[in-house]
Design a protein around this ligand. Structure first.
Ligand SMILES: NC(=O)c1ccc[n+]([C@@H]2O[C@H](COP(=O)([O-])OP(=O)(O)OC[C@H]3O[C@@H](n4cnc5c(N)ncnc54)[C@H](OP(=O)(O)O)[C@@H]3O)[C@@H](O)[C@H]2O)c1
Length: 210
């Protein structure tokens, strides 16, 4: 059976993706996050739970040692910290970078893939996030796009595809530090369905909501 791994599986989009991937019944499913809710979610979906702090390279490496090679790797972890640049501490900057960018680097570095595998990274529309208080978020997501581009070129020889998904606003806990999601935000279930549907042709970039 093929193996799917979802990072950020305790989040709004990650858990919706986990439910839909589990529903397809095609994969041995491995879920990763840090919250205690991870084990209950995995149990309810017949999946394995591997708690991992994405800011710790050794933990990410250990996860892939346990899972073995994968066929679908979805990086749905992320964080937002709406703080102006001149007020942001380096600790907050680092935490945000760990979730949005460095963890993705560790995953790409340590994952082992079966031929034909697909990597999915969740990005943004840059014009929506290059706004006051979103400096760290915008920079991390720009970095993620660049990382995706390079990974696509490097992994091509192993027959591994890399898809960067540009998402509009989706109604999840990510918006909590900002109060609430904007009007018209996508339901995470719809976002997950559109992501999985759009992956069928393994596009380099998948734009939702356009
Ligand atoms: N929601 C939107 O409007 C929107 C729009 C565009 C792009 N995106 C992107 O989509 C992705 C998913 O977002 P979401 O809305 O589902 O966010 P969310 O509900 O806040 O979930 C974030 C996930 O990231 C995990 N995470 C954060 N830091 C981590 C760390 N250091 N180690 C391990 N896991 C960590 C959290 O796990 P724990 O809490 O268990 O640690 C959680 O599972 C993010 O990359 C986000 O930038 C979202």
């Amino acid at each position: 059976m093929a193996t799917a791994i979802i990072f950020g599986a305790t989040g709004g989009i990650g858990s919706a993706l986990a439910r839909q991937v589990a529903g397809e019944g095609r994969y041995r499913l491995v879920l990763s996050g840090r919250r205690a809710a991870l084990s209950g979610l995995a149990q309810s979906l017949g999946a394995e739970a591997l708690s991992t702090d994405l800011g710790v390279e050794l933990e990410v490496h250990a996860l892939f040692e346990l899972t073995g090679p994968c066929d679908l790797l979805i990086y749905a972890a992320g964080a937002v910290d709406p703080t102006p640049l001149r007020e942001m501490t380096s600790g907050s900057w680092q935490q945000l970078m760990d979730a949005n960018l460095t963890g993705a680097f560790y995953a790409l570095k340590h994952a082992r893939f079966n031929p034909g595998a697909q990597v999915v990274l969740l990005g943004v529309y840059p014009e929506f996030v290059q706004a006051p208080r979103f400096g760290a978020y915008a920079a991390s997501k720009a970095g993620l796009e660049a990382l995706a581009e390079v990974a696509r070129k490097e992994l091509r020889r192993d027959k591994v595809g890399v898809t960067l998904v540009r998402l509009p606003a989706v109604e999840t806990g990510l918006w909590q530090p900002l109060g609430k999601a904007p009007k018209g935000a996508l339901d995470p279930k719809d976002a997950a369905a559109q992501i999985l549907d759009g992956l069928k042709d393994a596009p380099p970039v998948l734009e939702l909501g356009r």
